[in-house]
Design a protein around this ligand. Structure first.
Ligand code: KG4
Ligand code: ZN
Length: 337
């Protein structure tokens, strides 16, 4: 069947058509209208501007997704829309558009959790993958480790207690002059810097916990940069990026290592925008090799927010019979309702 996935939780308006079922997991279109250039001016996402930009883009992005897939709205078997978590004004645009399209055309509608959608992207590229497995979602808003019990049932076994890894990369990227979002630029700088140049605190919570805390690390890096600047020297950006990346990668390896040891699953799925980070990908690949686990990492185009991952997650909500009606709303937190 064809599923139309609609995503508008942050700064990307996206719609995609995927074909699922009968042994097929196929992306027929995946159109993304990014607002990054608009928000760059302000150094971060401005929620009100994001909502307005979604309104302008949503209709054309959706019809482009249908056209590219070579189907009409009448061929769609299910519409899946991100309802949570995210920016409430941004989410409402996608939810109201999806509701209108579904009810005007008599198409079943399902609600999708954005974080679960990041994980579901892995099904589109790995036809053999099925739960249970362990998943790490690292994005601008999330850093969580899950026990994925089934296609729709996730149990969070570790999470950040404050900021997310993506936010932490963007923050220090901004301080050293990288345009928003600085994550990808930090990745490149880290490749040429010295990882042991600056001593920084680990964002991994010690003991049995699989949690993270990035606020102390951010403050320590900021203090280092400010102290150097007060002395009249600009610190080496490459060394900052490399040292900062190293403590984040080491913390991820440590916490995911604990998760893989405590869980009986034999696979790790990496997901989310920060899954594009070359250092995290390489370190988790090595960890899975060492622990003899299968490692699934998304291709670059499926790391950041997109409609195809929403459609993939929506297919399993459809199979579970979790249909929604015109009372469907959006909400900012990550609780499923
Ligand atoms: O999943 P995503 O597209 O949006 C959210 O749901 O948050 O993630 C965006 C985040 C941004 O913080 C961005 O800087 C980060 O992913 N990111 C990276 C890299 N590419 C994108 N962070 C580190 N290294 C990268 N290569
Ligand atoms: Zn995301």
């Amino acid at each position: 069947m064809y599923i139309l996935g609609i995503e508008s939780s942050c700064d990307e308006t996206s719609a995609a058509v995927v074909r699922m079922g009968d042994g097929k997991r196929e992306i027929l279109s995946n159109i993304v209208a990014s607002q990054i250039e608009t928000h760059r001016l302000y150094g971060g996402v401005v929620p009100e501007i994001a909502s307005r930009a979604h309104i302008e883009a949503i209709s054309s992005v959706t019809y482009e997704a249908l056209d590219t897939a070579g189907i009409g709205i009448g061929d769609v078997g299910c519409i899946a829309v991100t309802t949570h978590p995210g920016l409430i004004g941004a989410l409402l645009v996608g939810v109201n558009f999806a509701k209108s399209l579904a009810f005007a055309n008599g198409i079943p509608l399902v609600s999708v959790n954005h974080v679960k959608a990041h994980v579901a992207a892995a099904y589109l590229e790995n036809s053999e993958l099925e739960p249970p497995f362990t998943a790490l979602v690292v994005s601008g808003g999330h850093t969580s480790i899950y026990r994925v019990n089934s296609y729709t049932d996730f149990c969070e076994i570790g999470a950040t207690r404050d900021d997310a890894a993506g936010e932490a990369f963007d923050k220090i990227g901004r301080v050293i002059g990288m345009p928003y979002p600085g994550g990808a630029a930090m990745d490149k700088l880290a490749t040429v810097g010295k990882a042991d140049a600056i001593k920084l605190p680990s964002p991994a919570i010690v003991g049995d916990s699989m949690d993270f805390s990035f606020s102390g690390l951010k403050t320590a890096a900021l203090n280092y940069i400010n102290k150097e600047r007060q002395k009249g020297t600009e610190p080496c950006h490459e060394d900052i990026a490399a040292s900062y990346t190293k403590v984040i990668v080491d913390a991820i390896v440590k916490q995911v290592g604990k998760a893989l040891d405590s869980e009986s699953s034999d696979s790790l799925v990496l997901a989310g925008g920060v899954a594009a980070n070359s250092h995290i990908r390489a370190a988790l690949e090595a960890l899975c090799d060492k622990k003899r686990k299968n490692f699934y990492k998304p291709s670059m185009k499926l790391c950041s927010d997109n409609g195809a991952m929403v459609a993939a997650a929506g297919y399993f909500e459809y199979l579970a019979g979790n249909f929604k009606d015109t009372s469907l709303n959006a909400w900012a937190d990550d609780e499923d309702r």
